[in-house]
Design a binder for this molecule. Sequence first.
Ligand SMILES: [Zn+2]
Length: 339
Amino acid sequence: MSTFAIGVDLGGTNLRIAAVDERGTLLEKTTTGTQVARGRDFVIGEMCEAIRATATKFSSSKLAGIGIGVPGIIDMDTGMLRESPNLPGWHDYPVRDEIERRLGTKVILENDANSAALGEKWLGAARDYDDMLMLTLGTGVGGGIVLGGRVWHGMRGMAGEPGHITIEPEGPPCPCGNRGCLEQYASATAVVRMAREAIDQGSSPALARASQEDPEFGAKVVYQAAVQGDPVAQEIFRRVGWALGIGLADLINLLNLPIYLIGGGVANAWDAFLPALLEEVRKRSFVYRATAPEESSGSGKKTIITRALLGGDAGLFGAARLPLLVSEAALREGVRKRA
Ligand SMILES: [Zn+2]
């Protein structure tokens, strides 16, 4: 009998559910909108219904378990969602208990950016590495650290928040309470803020035009302006790279990992921010300089900084991986006891 797991990505906009087998083959994927406005009971009800439907469809296989990626800070001990900017009204809500009560089975909750890191480690750009870090540049900047093939949780599951590393002590205020966080320079929200500042100062007619033409003026439009040669838009992405480079230099000095991935929507502007990123990393991290891949001198392992591969599916695969890791560990434990 084959084994599969159910991975869920509960976002502020979409609810996605996948059935994935133990080798990482996607068996099925469904996407529905998350009707956050109808409240948490409704959203959890819809999610549990969809999980049940998926489990029933593959009932001839063995279900290893259910992993759920949730945006926000989760207390791993209690299964409470402590804070979630994308799920307003869910804070200090016992999400795990509520889902388990409705489904009548155990589930594993994980922060969505941690899930994405685990997905990239399992099947994506970091699949040949046991240790890795991923930054996800979306509405905010999320992150996840995987050590020895498992998410590094810290004491209560709150580790891996590189989006809130301080880049400038007196920089723009961040919803986390700090100022000048990486998220204030490298998220889609930050790109749009910097573009609007430039428009207000009258320094970029191209961006001003683009914002008038497109009511949903976003980071993608700013990137298009940069590609088309607008110097202000190009400078915005240099600033993204500058901030990412400062943050990564700290992380590289601290962790000396073999690979650092950058994913999320803003990573599509890779070519616009990479030069500034590498310049800063090289300038600020002696650990990077000693292990840089472009260094011809010195053999041995190199520090890789590269793009994530799985796009929006990383979190879904990572969530499915969570129960599979638990059943693999149980299997190893059983073998050890019999030996
Ligand atoms: Zn912050």
